[in-house]
Every structure is written in structure tokens, then in C-alpha cells.
Design a protein. Structure first.
Length: 253
């Protein structure tokens, strides 16, 4: 962990207007390449009062806030439980990575139940999420030449390949280097460079990198085609029951 994670993040959870079911650290810290000046990305789920979902006003299902605490920039985004679960069912790799992040700031029984249902949410179509994000980040790298979007491109492709092959959500790039045989050998050098600066040019051979990214896209396509993951999630009913139960318990509380 970097010094930024030495900040006491517990009070952040206590300050929120509605109960927080979980909060974890995502972003570069989760991905394994934070820099000295990286901000801290907090992600999670909150629980709106049942009354907020029954009236005519649109519920505040997503909350986002960025601020400084003890010299560290914090970025907090949480979704109401119902929205978070709907995102889980939409082959959204982001929310699954956030849910399973080992960098836990706050947890509850509901958090643990959601995490336990992840295997029944995963599908072979999650490859589309990682493929699409890789394309977006690669375009950003080609435009800016910065190291950050290049590492994001590698990270999401390797996460997608590993997920298709193993059925495991693994967002930590240094770990993926030892688990995906297609990972280029020079990635540790890029990770070390990113640790020194949040923004800056990638000191690498662009033609070589382009070729390696193309190979990883091919590997992801092959892994998806051969994946044992199902074509649709099977956790819909269990997640529905969980949302109802947790919401009613919150109303009674």
C-alpha cells in the first residue's frame, strides 16, 4: 500500500447520509500500479430508505463526491443496493472488481452475501466489457502517449483473459503477470515507472506495444470462445431476494 492508504478512511463511511453496505478501494491501488500522488478511489453501495423508492421523486441512486482529507484526494462513488445489483447482472466488470476488492474500508453481511453470489453472475459475455474498455484506453494512449492509459489497456485485457480461463475476477496487474502467459515481459518496468509519476509519457516502443496489444486481443477472443462460463447469469432470483430482504430490514431498523 502507498502512504495515501494510511489515511483513516472509516470516518468517510460514517459521514454518508444513508447506511453504507460496503466501501472498498478501487482504481490504481486495486490494480497494483498506484503512483506517489494517486488519489484514493472509494467505491461501494448504500441503502436508500424504502420510502425514497415508493414516491414520485426520482431516487438518488448514485452518489459521487471528490474532496481532500489530510492532503489526500478522495473520490467516493456509491450506488443504491438495487442499482448496484442491476449493474452486477449487466456483465459489468467494474462493480464486480469493486465488490471483491481486498482493500476493504467497510463491510457488512450484505457485502459478504453479494460477494458470494459473484460466481453465479459471471458469464462469457463479460469479455465484451474488458474488450471495450481496452479499446477506449488504447485510443487514449494513442492520443496522449501517456503511461497510465497504456497500463489500463494491458490490465483490462489480462483481467478479461484470466476471467475467461479461470472464472476468477482478478484486477491486480502484478498478480496477473504471473498467471497469464501472454503478458509481455516488460510490464514490470512500466509498473515501476508509473509508481514514480501519475502522469507522464510511456517510454516504450509504440510499434512493439501495438503488436502486443493485438496479441492480447486475440488471446481474449480465444479465451472467450473456449470459456466454460455460461452465457447468462443464474443469480437473478437470489439477488432479488437479497435486495428485498436487506431493504425491508433497513426499513424496520
Amino acid at each position: 500500500m502507498t502512504d495515501a492508504l494510511d489515511t483513516d478512511l472509516g470516518p468517510v463511511v460514517a459521514e454518508q447520509p444513508d447506511p453504507v453496505l460496503f466501501a472498498t478501494v478501487s482504481g490504481a491501488h486495486l490494480y497494483g500500479f498506484p503512483s506517489r500522488d494517486s488519489d484514493v478511489d472509494l467505491r461501494g453501495a448504500h441503502l436508500l430508505p424504502a420510502a425514497d423508492l415508493l414516491g414520485l421523486r426520482e431516487p438518488d441512486e448514485t452518489r459521487s463526491r471528490t474532496w481532500l482529507r489530510d492532503g489526500v484526494e478522495l473520490d467516493l462513488v456509491t450506488h443504491d443496493l438495487r442499482k448496484f445489483v442491476r449493474l452486477m447482472l449487466r456483465r459489468n466488470g467494474y462493480v464486480l472488481e469493486q465488490l471483491l476488492s481486498p482493500l476493504v474500508v467497510h463491510t457488512t453481511d450484505a457485502h459478504r452475501e453479494l460477494a458470494a453470489l459473484v460466481p453465479d453472475v459471471l458469464t462469457s459475455h463479460h469479455a465484451h466489457h474488458y474488450r471495450g474498455f481496452a479499446v477506449t484506453q488504447w485510443r487514449l494512449f494513442e492520443k496522449t502517449g501517456e503511461l497510465k492509459p497504456l497500463l489500463y489497456t494491458f490490465r483490462v485485457l489480462l483481467t478479461g483473459i484470466h476471467l475467461m480461463r479461470s472464472g476468477e475476477v482478478q484486477a491486480h496487474l502484478p498478480t496477473l503477470l504471473g498467471e497469464v502467459d501472454a503478458a509481455p515481459a516488460y510490464l514490470p518496468e512500466l509498473i515501476a515507472a508509473k509508481a514514480e509519476r501519475e502522469h507522464g509519457a510511456a517510454d516504450t516502443d509504440h510499434a512493439r506495444v501495438r503488436d502486443d496489444i493485438g496479441k492480447l486481443h486475440e488471446a481474449l477472443d480465444e479465451a472467450q470462445a473456449a470459456s466454460a462460463l455460461p452465457g447468462a447469469p443464474t443469480a437473478h432470483d437470489a439477488l432479488h431476494d437479497l435486495v428485498v430482504r436487506v431493504r425491508l430490514a433497513g426499513a424496520e431498523g
